[in-house]
Ligand binder design. Structure first.
Ligand code: BES
Ligand code: MN
Ligand code: ZN
Length: 487
């Protein structure tokens, strides 16, 4: 989808559907107030009314609710509603008037970014496996979003470009999430990483396969991959956009392309959803692509450990003791707690081999986070307050909201091994999201680190702009995080 900012007033913009927001207790702009139907308009948040000024033109009036409550998230939702209506009317172009930000909870740039986010994300379709009659016209899609901002066109342009690039990247991550495991294998993700490196001179890629993973001592990734015929891949990307002596942010994303649980097999109900257990890895890959596309002046190294977790005659057994890349030994008490085993090696690799001096990892790690925070917040755990606050702020701006959970030595005790340094699961049914993070912390070499548990927010969130299915959680947050660090 094209996204353009224009200084022209909405009436002068040529678009199939024009969209105007209306805040509670306020009058419709005089340009529209005499149109047939204008007396029906409602200003309650999400309520919408279609006006027909003349034969062809359509104006959609969307209620934005109370002025003081209006923020970027409400505009994401309103933009999604406008896209659903536009699709109904088979509109190919949509033009939004940027709402006046005075007295609201945000600024014009954040509003414009919210409209771009909402429109691009709401346009995502996963229909490549749906047969269509070749004689039928292709399903309607919006080709162009225009944001009319006569007073702010210049000042919002950068924010709109960033939001647009990041939202398109989130949609690519969503496609990877939705594609089933007979398509998205570790090799498929490695090829996507190669494609990203080919597209940008500033990005380099390195992929390690099964033999190298084993030889280099990545016992966690090797153990998880052992039950599958799919070759595991340790995928690394380096993006160099900043000074070579500058900070190096390490992004690490779990990419289990299918999680059966292994020998500790999962129940069969809804197991098909475990094709999305690579959501963290997909978010990391596409975030790096977006950061490179934008040319953000920072350095980022990314590490995506990818494997398929299968039960078989060659699979890791409960009770097996493995050695991770940093030398710590782990008794695998539950083969379904596989994410932490592959992330552990990737965190070590990201610091020691790729030179990261600050880390954030993202993973569909525990069902517990869904119990604690639902599909609304991702869990955030961190070893440094300032880093946690920066991530919380980035998520607040993009609508990928996170809630911090605590770390504490009492949780750490739950993963003390009996015959090994660590166990990968506790027998006590306590705080699984937290002790999973305690496990990861053992592999961070004490650099500032934050962990995002997205098991609840990666899929089936039901928000207007992502609907059910894949959300691409993390892509826009990471782009915002690095962009904000340069301001
Ligand atoms: N991939 C799952 C976590 C998950 C659950 C993701 C629901 C998305 C939706 C992870 O590998 C897992 O199986 N975690 C276990 C850990 C347990 C064995 C300690 C869990 O949370 O049940
Ligand atoms: Mn699992
Ligand atoms: Zn998993």
């Amino acid at each position: 989808m094209d996204v353009e900012v224009t200084g022209q007033p909405l009436e002068a913009v040529d678009a199939d559907l024009q969209v105007v927001g209306l805040m509670q207790g306020e009058e419709l702009d005089s340009a529209y107030s005499d149109l047939p139907g204008a007396r029906d308009v409602r200003s309650g948040f999400r309520k919408h009314t279609l006006l027909r000024p003349d034969g062809d033109r359509r104006v959609l009036v969307i209620g934005l609710g109370k002025r003081e409550e209006l923020d970027a998230e409400r505009l994401r939702i309103a933009a999604a509603v406008s896209v659903q209506q536009a699709v109904n009317y088979e509109a190919r172009s949509v033009a939004w008037t940027l709402p006046d930000a005075d007295g609201t909870a945000a600024d014009p740039a954040a509003f414009a970014a919210g409209i771009a986010d909402g429109a691009v994300l709401a346009s995502f379709r996963f229909d490549r496996f749906k047969s269509r009659d070749p004689d039928d016209p292709p399903p309607p899609a919006i080709e162009c979003l225009l944001i009319s901002a006569p007073d702010d066109a210049d000042s919002i342009q950068d924010a709109v470009t960033t939001a647009h690039v990041a939202a398109e990247a989130a949609n690519r991550a969503r496609e990877l999430q939705a594609l089933p495991a007979n398509f998205v294998t570790p090799t498929y993700l490695a090829n996507r990483a190669r494609e990203i490196a080919d597209a940008y001179d500033s990005v380099e890629v390195e992929v390690l396969g099964r033999d190298e993973i084993t030889q280099r001592g990545m016992g966690g990734l090797a153990a998880v991959a052992k039950g599958s015929e799919q070759e595991p891949q340790l995928i690394s990307l380096r993006y160099s956009g900043g000074p070579s002596d500058g900070e190096k942010l390490g992004l690490v994303g779990k990419a289990v392309t299918f999680d059966t649980g292994g020998i500790s097999i999962k129940p069969s109900a809804r197991m098909e959803e475990m094709k999305m257990d690579m959501s963290g890895g997909a978010a990391v890959l596409e975030a790096v692509a977006a950061i490179a596309e934008l040319g953000v002046p920072v350095n980022v190294v990314a590490c995506v450990p990818s494997a398929e977790n299968m039960p078989s005659g060659t699979a890791t057994r409960p009770g097996d003791i493995i050695t991770q890349l940093n030398g710590k030994t782990v008794e695998v008490t539950n083969t379904d707690a596989e994410g932490r085993l592959i992330l552990a090696d990737a965190l070590t690799y990201c610091v020691r081999e790729l030179g990261a001096n600050r880390l954030v990892d993202i993973a569909t790690l525990t069902g517990g986070v869904l119990i604690a925070l639902g599909t609304t917040y991702a869990g955030l755990l961190a070893n440094e307050d300032e880093w946690a606050e920066r991530i919380t702020a980035a998520g607040g701006r993009t609508g990928e909201i996170v809630w911090r959970l605590p770390l504490h030595p009492e949780f750490r005790e739950l993963i003390d091994g009996k015959d090994s340094d660590l166990v990968n699961t506790s027998s006590k049914r306590k705080a699984s999201t937290i002790y999973a993070a305690e496990f990861l912390q053992e592999f961070t070499d004490d650099v500032p680190w934050a962990h995002l548990d997205i098991a609840g927010t990666a899929w089936d969130v039901g928000r207007a702009y992502v609907g059910n299915g894949p959300t691409g959680f993390g892509v826009r947050l990471f782009v915002d995080l690095v962009t904000a660090s340069t301001e």
